[in-house]
Design a protein around this ligand. Sequence first.
Ligand SMILES: [Zn+2]
Length: 70
Amino acid sequence: MKITDTKTIRICGKCGCEYHEPPATSRYDSELKLCPDCGTREALESIGVSETEQNEILKTIHRYKRSINE
Ligand SMILES: [Zn+2]
């Protein structure tokens, strides 16, 4: 059986992009729903990862996601 809910389009409260994954909750504002990228960014930021490094990590995540979807 297929879960049809994966087609739901959500808008990120931080960067405004559209995404389909379950939302992440901002650790600064529990009402704010974030896309997976912004959720990852906040998590990395909270452990002191610089923005340059955050971008590198996200690039790696995107590359990995593409490779499992193909
Ligand atoms: Zn976002």
